[in-house]
Design a protein around this ligand. Sequence first.
Ligand code: HEC
Length: 222
Amino acid sequence: MIRLSITCATLLICSAQLAFAHGDTVPQAVDTSGLPDLGEAMASENPWRTAEGDLLFSAVKIGAKGFNSNCARCHGLEAIAGGLAPDLRYLEASEWGDEWYLSRVLTGYEQNGAVKMPPFADILSPEAIWAIRTYIETRPDQEEMTARQPELSAAHAKVEALAAGGDATAIAAELDALGDSFAVLSGAARSVTALHQAAHILRADPARAPAAAELIAATLRN
Ligand code: HEC
């Protein structure tokens, strides 16, 4: 009995790690606390396309979680498709793109009786659906992020140096400007990069410079 439960525990840990590596395989409801209530009726266009500040960053953060736990296993971690399903970063950030997005997300897709994509109408709230949309359409081009590592390293060093003092507001403005120079693949007005997220943290609380630096560092390890 004891041996059996140890084996099960080991198996559970292994399968949890596997699920993490590839994104979760079971659809997950998404905790959207922190986002405004959108009501029951589904909008036809992303209500957060022009969001700014806290709202924008909460939507992207919650959308990233929702995406990685529900969509990544087919559409690729961080929305970088591995070939199993379309690369969603290219889906146009427009009302037309939203209609197509919604129809697929709500009803899924079946081909010759086989479910190629499950429907999410009963799993995801409107808030979760639009947070995921906001995350997807603001993804920067990962190839450009990789090609421009020296600039990211320099930005990281500046944020790290803030621990010894300095003008956090000026650095935040620099991070935003650098972030804005990264292309977005959806045609959205802007990308949301770790640089923007770090700038947002610095503006809210300069004492959190280490957390801001850590966010930029994560893009360097990719
Ligand atoms: C089991 C695999 C699977 C999962 C999980 C999945 N999808 Fe899909 N998805 C697909 C496949 C396959 C297609 C291509 C269907 C087709 O030919 O139109 C697709 C198509 C789409 C499209 C249309 C893209 C285009 O360019 O035409 C959107 C939008 C989409 N999925 C969004 C999502 C979102 C958002 C999630 C998570 C909430 C998700 N999918 C989860 C497999 C999946």
